[in-house]
Ligand binder design. Sequence first.
Ligand code: PEP
Ligand code: MN
Length: 338
Amino acid sequence: MIIVMSPESSQADLDHVVARIRDAGLTEHISRGSERTLVGAIGDERALSAQSFEQMAGVERAIHIVKPYKLVSREARPSGSVIDIRGIKLGGQQIQVIAGPCSVETQEQMHLAAAGVHAAGCRMMRGGAFKPRTSPYAFQGLGVQGLEFFQAAAREYQMPIVTELMDVRMLETFLKHDVDVIQIGARNMQNFDLLKEVGRVNKPVILKRGLSATISEWLMAAEYIAAGGNNNIILCERGIRTFETAYRNVLDVTAIPVLKKETHLPVLIDPSHAGGKAWMVPALARAAIAAGADGLLVEMHPNPCDAWCDADQALTPQELQDLMGSLRLIAQAIGREL
Ligand code: PEP
Ligand code: MN
């Protein structure tokens, strides 16, 4: 951290700053210029708060130099993380498309959905049993019965399942039902108690980006999970809120190269919740793969018109199959496979 002293600061002000640096276990490096004195705090500066220095007499500004995240930073693992999900690799050469309905509705719907996901060539399936709905009167998900329907359908094709955990109290149930990948939804990205709990288990976690979260806030949320000892983290960009109202959210494609530079964690894109309309999904999905995403999380329903949740954005099984065909060509063009 660099602490910039104001031109009017006194020697006593400087002494106080130095004392605080030493108290935190760091050492000071003082640089006296013609107009300003700069104090460098040498050591693990994550223990220091810039704000607390800025409140001190004679201090003009305090600036962090190192990134606030550590375990998830690219420097921690320059080659990038590959997450193993029951033998399926996410983050490596092969791109993974995780598809399925927004929510689990009936056993029959899940059987049809699983057949469609498998036929399209996807290796993993998504489906929500616990749904974060804007309205308390909207369908909230089938709960535990939904996990059972989901497992019964996906296991027929040996597909690992991805499903959202909203409440820490359901974590044991998720483990008991052998959920393969725990999804933390956009609305819970900064539910720190939830992040701490999934940090303690040995299950892959998909951490969706909050509706208005910056990249730094998102990576700090991932750092919570990593700090608990769980390094099986996958980030998922699902569109952010902007001034634009013509579509549900804005897919932040720019985040893909930025994340690739900043973190070793694999990156998924959810084109369904970004665009909010099925017809936008193929274009967004193709852009995401071309930009370097490691995979997609896509909503597909055996009969979108009848979907109980997010009907507008669900692809049909045939549309998913067609999309996979075009993604395969893009993957080849950038030296990857699907
Ligand atoms: C979902 O994946 O069904 C979902 C609710 O996503 P998000 O948290 O991105 O809104
Ligand atoms: Mn949905």
